[in-house]
Design a protein around this ligand. Structure first.
Ligand code: NAD
Length: 492
């Protein structure tokens, strides 16, 4: 294994262009799930820190130091920001792995690269998106323009800390807003480094602030703040509901929520390539140790091919044996912390007690490391009404259900409070289109799962949230739509 030098972490908040301790001086301890080691102390921000960050963001917005910059210039700064993320890729990837346990190879190849690509893409877009002129009579000129909303609060989870932050800060900043980002208390370190790199790239002080802290202590004051114009949240459905309440009970700020999922993946017997379907089903549920909102955690396999499918799936499992995420060839690392690990283990016990058949895994592993590792786990004989098929486990647990009727499997797939993503595998074009149309989900994957691009929207139906990240649609969340109606008195 190559020798990795641990980065020098700075856990202080970033407010108005300065790294500062929390106003109270309080900190919380950042512990690595890789081996239980203490990484650093991090500023434990509370309402007073949020007030300071929002005031800095407001002042920056009002004097137009960023929103007043020509789009072509903002583009340059945003693309420099993306370049700096790539220039610091090794440090950022190592920090992400140490902080939340994902394999280092993916932290770099996926997390760092996607975050940089997202910053670049929105930066590139700002001087290419035009506003509109309405088709009025020639006695008027009606301009429909987009303006930044003002101060955007961003609250993100820990599963893809840089990517989740980038999906929100990139369009919000590119559109000219000021941003106050609260990262998850479980993985705050790369967000703080993004703040440093934004400053280095030329984003003016006060425009991008990062305030680490616990949800109720730092997240709530941000969502409740009357000088925040928009709150963009990614996290659980339970907290997402509170975000909408806080937005409503404060200043009716725009609230956008990207929430949980329990995505169905339906494999029909006429699936065009069984090996590919198996690899995608297994690879997508165990990627990021199962801690992905869009993980296909409910696998519906047509009864006639279920045995063959499971035999192939179980043959792949040794590859997903958890290992030290710092090793270059590890593909399954640690869960984010002991709370999450114990939660996953609790669901596994629930699955067993409700009568699902444990085919593989089911145990904590690598306990001698002091880290948080759970085996890749597969349950067969799952019913859609079992807890493990209804609730988001957010861990490496695959529930397998079988079906023999298309209408019935679509009904069961949709029988969930969530509607984030879904998968369909079939060679029949009619079936693919018909089932894709019937599935209530923000994204339907056909004959693949989890292929993705910044150009397409990401978000959910039902209790998977409100609004879409990614693509040009994300600009809608961070801009106000204004009509300017100009009377023309004397047409020639
Ligand atoms: P979480 O809801 O517990 O926390 C998310 C963020 O909200 C954290 O920063 C946390 O500190 C903050 N928070 C917690 N309580 C708060 C409160 N009362 N007020 C304000 N902020 C508060 O979620 P998590 O465990 O960090 O992340 C996992 C969840 O995120 C899963 O449900 C997953 O599906 C979801 N997720 C969704 C998407 C998507 O795009 N739909 C993407 C990634 C993760």
């Amino acid at each position: 294994m190559q020798t990795l030098t641990r980065p020098a972490f700075d856990g202080r908040a970033l407010i108005n262009g300065q790294r500062v301790a929390s106003r109270s001086g309080a900190t919380f301890t950042c512990i690595s799930p890789v081996d239980g080691a203490v990484l650093t102390e991090v500023a434990r921000c509370e309402a007073a820190d949020i007030d300071a960050a929002v005031a800095a963001a407001r002042a920056a917005f009002e004097d137009r130091r960023w929103s007043g910059m020509a789009p072509a210039k903002r583009k340059k700064v945003m693309t420099r920001f993306a370049d700096l993320v790539l220039a610091n890729a090794q440090e950022l990837a190592l920090t992400e792995t140490l902080d939340m346990g994902k394999p280092l190879r993916y932290a770099q190849a996926v997390d760092v690269n996607s975050a940089a690509n997202c910053l670049r893409w929105y930066g590139e877009a700002v001087d290419k998106v035009y506003d509109e002129i309405a088709p009025t009579a020639d006695t008027a000129l009606a301009l429909i323009t987009r303006e930044p909303v003002g101060v955007v609060g961003v609250i993100v989870p820990w599963n893809y800390p840089m990517i989740m932050a980038a999906w929100k800060i990139a369009p919000a900043l590119a559109a000219g807003n000021s941003v106050v980002l609260k990262p998850s208390e479980k993985s705050p370190l790369t967000a703080l480094r993004l703040g440093d790199l934004a400053l280095e790239a030329g984003i003016p002080a006060g425009v991008f602030n990062v305030v680490p802290g616990y949800g109720p202590e730092a997240g709530s004051p941000l969502a409740l703040h009357t000088d925040v114009d928009c709150i963009a949240f990614t996290g659980s459905t339970a907290v997402g509901k509170k975000i909408h309440v806080m937005a409503g009970q404060s200043n009716l700020k725009r609230a956008w929520t990207e929430l949980g999922g329990k995505s169905p993946n339906i494999v029909f017997a006429d699936c065009p390539n069984l090996d590919r379907a198996v690899e995608a089903a297994v690879g997508s549920i165990f990627f990021n140790q199962g801690q992905s909102c869009n993980a296909p955690s409910r696998l519906f396999v047509e009864a006639s091919i279920k045995d063959a499918f499971l035999e192939k799936a179980l043959a792949l499992l040794p590859q997903y044996t958890p290992r030290n995420p710092l090793e270059p060839d590890t593909i399954m690392g640690a869960l984010v912390d002991t709370v999450q690990m114990n939660n996953v283990l609790r669901y596994i016990e629930l699955g067993k007690s409700e009568g699902a058949k444990l085919l593989a895994g089911g145990e904590q592993t690598l306990t001698e490391t002091g880290g948080c590792y759970v085996q890749a786990t597969v349950f067969d004989g799952v019913r859609n009404d079992m807890t493990i098929a209804r609730e988001e486990i957010f861990g490496p647990v695959l529930s397998v259900l079988s079906f023999s009727d298309t209408a019935e499997v679509v009904r069961q797939a949709n029988q969930t409070i969530y509607g984030l993503q879904a998968g369909v595998w079939t060679s029949d074009l009619n079936k693919a289109h018909g089932v894709a149309r019937a599935l209530r989900a923000g994204t339907v994957h056909v004959n693949q799962y989890d292929e993705d691009d910044i150009t397409v929207p990401f978000g959910g139906f039902k209790q998977s949230g409100v609004g879409r990240d990614k693509s040009l649609h994300a600009f809608d969340k961070y801009t106000e739509c204004k009509t300017t109606w100009i009377r023309i008195d004397s047409p020639v």
